[in-house]
Write a protein that binds this ligand. Structure first.
Ligand code: GLA
Length: 450
């Protein structure tokens, strides 16, 4: 991958004198979905698929980046504190997100470095796109690492992970910090248990003799359009649910007013299950939630629905579902703790059970699965996976399965036949099998390749 990027760089910029290369891996999440932006832990691992950028520093704030895949047009812009967006969905927005974030960091911590030097470079990668394997965060991280190296900055890893987690919201998705943290802080051969605010990571090996197999449902998991609205709606529903829960327990827990995240609520109210059980079961309008929470609709909207561009998220036609969303997030946070313990004890069966429970909760309470993903995890379990679940944001993308290493070749053959080839589905869509169904081992975090 790196060699291809360097060759393409030399072809494109034959006058260059000094080329450097950065890499940033994709990731799968073993368990802990949609917990990160609620302050609750996740348990992902970096995979051995990556984005690389071969680059050289320019003498001014100009950034010029080409892609070896020419379906992605070259991007060119100047670094600044407020970089104008490309249209929604343009890949260059991820490079701009990195540029703007690093600029802000430098302006605050190292004002002498501003205006920053830009880079010219070429991007290459083998992380399947739109598959929920975090190729976009890998691009943000790789671009940031290139700019950091080009400007001789030093940003400690946890700080960089936080910076880029908020920096990536530039593209309009209200994601949490999992993708950037694991892409930056991963260690070879280990998954990472990640806790947030403050960011802390604990490397944990997979149970000995087991691997994670990734399979693409072939339903695109884009971060734009309807999927982005659906994602941001889940984020809002968690905040709305928190307001309702706080209102419900306020008399018994007067200190609860300070809880800003579902994590804070779970810490203050150990019996959170009972409180969630009291929330109305039916979908609710904003007005009903405001009424329950005893605050005005305007105040509630300002607290829970404001988007990155300052507009308010629209109310879904079918209503908000705070009870189900909170039940998923809070139970998922517990499953991550149990899964980390199971992994540390090498208990693959327990980990598999928790992965299955996580999928059920993602599907029924968080409603981020789809028929294809449900089918895929069933197929994976039928062929011997100890556990299987969707991974990442959902609404399509990939599933992960915990499989005995010795059986992984037979397992992938069987899943290939059952899910991709059997029947009239033609799901593989002519794509290379290794791009859609593969066993992966935990890889190292991002950095310069020397
Ligand atoms: C996306 C976001 C992450 C996380 C996952 C769901 O990948 O970028 O921060 O919220 O979805 O677990």
């Amino acid at each position: 991958m790196a060699i291809g990027a360097v060759e393409a760089f030399r072809d494109l910029f034959p006058d260059s004198r000094d080329v450097q290369v950065v890499r940033a891996p994709g990731r799968v999440n073993i368990i802990g979905e949609h917990t990160d932006y609620n302050g609750l832990p996740v348990l992902p691992m970096a995979i051995d698929r990556e984005i690389v950028i071969a680059f050289e520093r320019t003498g001014n704030p100009g950034v010029e980046i080409a892609n070896v895949d020419d379906s992605y047009p070259s991007v060119g812009f100047d670094l600044s504190a407020d970089i104008e967006h490309y249209e929604t969905g343009h890949w260059g927005n991820y490079v701009k997100a990195a540029g703007q974030a690093v600029w802000h960091w430098a302006a605050e911590h190292h004002p002498g470095a501003v205006p920053l030097f830009g880079i010219r470079g070429v991007v290459a990668g083998d992380i399947p796109q739109g598959a929920g394997l975090s190729s976009s965060s890998a691009l943000v991280v790789a671009a940031a690492c290139a700019l950091i190296a080009a400007n001789g900055l030093h940003i400690p890893k946890p700080e960089l992970a936080d910076l880029l987690a908020s920096g990536e919201r530039y593209v309009g998705t209200q994601g949490g910090g999992m993708d950037q943290a694991v892409t930056i802080m991963a260690e070879k051969n280990y998954a990472l248990k990640i806790d947030f605010s403050p960011l802390r990571v604990r490397p944990i090996p997979l149970p000995r003799g087991y691997v994670i197999v990734v399979a693409n449902s072939m339903v695109p998991a884009n971060k734009t359009g309807a999927a982005r609205v659906a994602f941001n709606t889940r984020v809002a529903e968690c905040k709305l649910g928190l307001e309702m829960l706080k209102s419900h327990v306020r008399q018994r827990h007067p200190e609860i007013g300070n809880a800003a995240l579902l994590r804070d609520f779970a810490l203050a109210v150990p019996d959170w299950r009972a409180a969630v059980g009291h929330l109305p079961e039916m979908p609710m309008t904003l007005a009903e939630i405001a009424d329950y929470s005893r605050i005005s609709v305007d105040e509630l909207g300002a607290k829970c629905l404001v988007q990155q561009d300052g507009t308010l998220l629209g109310e879904p036609e079918s209503g908000f579902e705070p009870r189900k969303r909170c039940r998923h997030v809070l139970s998922e946070g517990q499953r991550v703790e149990l899964a980390a313990d199971a992994m540390e004890q090498g208990d693959a069966e327990a980990l598999g059970r928790l992965m299955n429970e996580s999928h059920a909760s993602c599907a029924s309470d968080y409603e981020i699965s789809c028929p294809e993903l449900d089918d895929l995890v069933r197929v994976m379990r039928r062929h011997g996976a100890l556990g299987a679940r969707l991974t990442g944001a959902g609404f399509g993308g990939c599933a992960v399965a915990l499989v005995k290493e010795a059986e992984s070749a037979a397992f992938t053959n069987n899943v290939w036949w059952s899910y991709y080839e059997n029947g009239a589905r033609e799901r593989a869509d002519g794509r290379n099998r290794d791009d859609i169904l593969f066993a992966c081992s935990p890889s190292d975090g991002a950095g310069l390749i020397t």
